[in-house]
Design a protein around this ligand. Sequence first.
Ligand SMILES: Cc1ncc(COP(=O)(O)O)c(C=O)c1O
Length: 391
Amino acid sequence: MKSFKSLYSKFLEQNKDKLHFAPHSHHYWPDITREAQLEYWDDSAKYVDDKWEYFFTHKIPQTQKLIADTLNLSYPEQIVFAPNTHEFITRLLSCLPQKKQIKILTTNSEFYSFNRQIDRLNEEELFSIKKIPTNPIKDFQRAFINEINNTQYDFIFFSQVFFNSGFALENFNQIIDSINYNPIIVMDGYHGFMAIPTDLKKIEDRCFYISGSYKYAQGGEGCCFMHIPKNCELRPINTGWFARLDQLGSEEDRVTYSNNGMRFAGSTIDFSPLYRLHASMNLFKEKEITISIIHEHVQRLQNKFLEQLKTIHHTELNLNNLLFNDLKHHGHFLTFQLKNNSITKALHLRLKEAGIITDYRSNKIRFGFSIYQDQSDIKKCIEIIKKKSSS
Ligand SMILES: Cc1ncc(COP(=O)(O)O)c(C=O)c1O
């Protein structure tokens, strides 16, 4: 099995005594991102006031192109950046008509950024929210499509890979194809982008796709992006002045928007995370580390982990408690559902004390895998789990 550890020497060096099984939460950054951070500083010193023009004519188009190539998108200029996905969510929601009851369809497994926001909206009479359960997982896609056809929704939001189970949609094209009216359709791709080979070509004209750099793209926090369908005419009420940079100063009766991804832009933003994202994606391109290579590496580690786990008969971490075990349709983390929250927290803390970093939410503990791990890390991890099998 090929090792990619040398690309991450700085994070690994600083964490020698730890086994990081939480890259699905916050990925280690490749060494090259350190230089990118410094490059941002140097470019700021070099270009001063002109740096924005430099960003918009160099770094941003280059990064848009890297993202578009990864997702097989035709129009890189349809990609816009923001510090977090919540900014896109609020901007998209602000496009909804405010005159009737607004119907939103989603799942009960969306990340907090979206879930909290729509729970709050649900407290207002204007909104009606329907959440389709993702459990049992085998019934989800059919149930979701049925509901799409039951009611005319204004807004449909779902994840490519669900953050609370690791389940990856088998066929998101089918979901989009089943929508025979014209709602705003959004896919949260944070656990798919740069982890699972993803081709958006067939849905690029209909679906908004959101992701970011903090996880598998390995650029750290602060650089999320959204792909906007070409010819989109939506006019977000929540709009920043970057959404029409080319028309500054002109007086119009009505607020106008750029005719590309910038239509959904906010305002002044620190682009140093974009420099890091650019550096990390460029590294993969130059080294020809494709998403398929990354995915296969992680799948091998996941299989090895489960194989070895079987042999130690752990009371909590065993295949019966594995929430979803079809590794063919799976994100890069495994989720174990334990009896209750306190058992889960205690296990997480016991493992942390022994140097294994995982994360947990209520009674679910997640083990993530990445190309900065190899089989020896799996072996060490299982040995520690075995030792820490009882409190
Ligand atoms: C599925 C998903 N979407 C979005 C986010 C991040 O949201 P935000 O950028 O709003 O913090 C996460 C973070 O863990 C996530 O798991």
